[in-house]
Design a protein around this ligand. Sequence first.
Ligand code: MYR
Length: 181
Amino acid sequence: MSRPAHKKPEYHKINKDLFVLTYGALVAQLCKDYEKDEDVNKYLDKMGYGIGTRLVEDFLARSCVRRCHSYSEIIDIIAQVAFKMYLGITPSVDCHNSSRNEFSLILDKNPLAEFVEELPAGRSALCYCNLLCGVIRGALEMVHLAADVTFLQDRLKGDSVTEIGITFLKKLDEKKYRRKK
Ligand code: MYR
């Protein structure tokens, strides 16, 4: 049945703790299923990618963000709007190179790992929150931006912060928008 045109869609939030614990259970199960950390990481990234390709539509509809004209703008939107909207945090942004296509999102705290003190024994190469990389990669791909997204630092591995690196792989003028705004 279609929704009356005047009615705004309702967004039912799920309990954050339940979500975070469910994610933990997923990672724990994957660690049982896959011996190699790299395979768990790959699985999480792939799963996140699928989520990102769908999430972007919700994000664009709810945030009403306009078309961006630089990678810096896009990173700021991800940090200040998307992370705030979905994870309740605003990572700080760092840019690494003069061609301004390599960035970092620096997270002081990571809500997805809130209940995790350390990585399981023998799992030192596990990227516990690799789902996030896939989500970002999938969402960006849907707005025609190919990017490499990986964890560069992780508090769960003893680093002082958690850092997600995002490298845009194309020149911005090659980006073909399907969006009109
Ligand atoms: C444009 O079309 O120029 C705007 C591009 C906005 C890209 C937004 C990507 C959203 C990424 C969502 C990540 C969620 C992480 C929790």
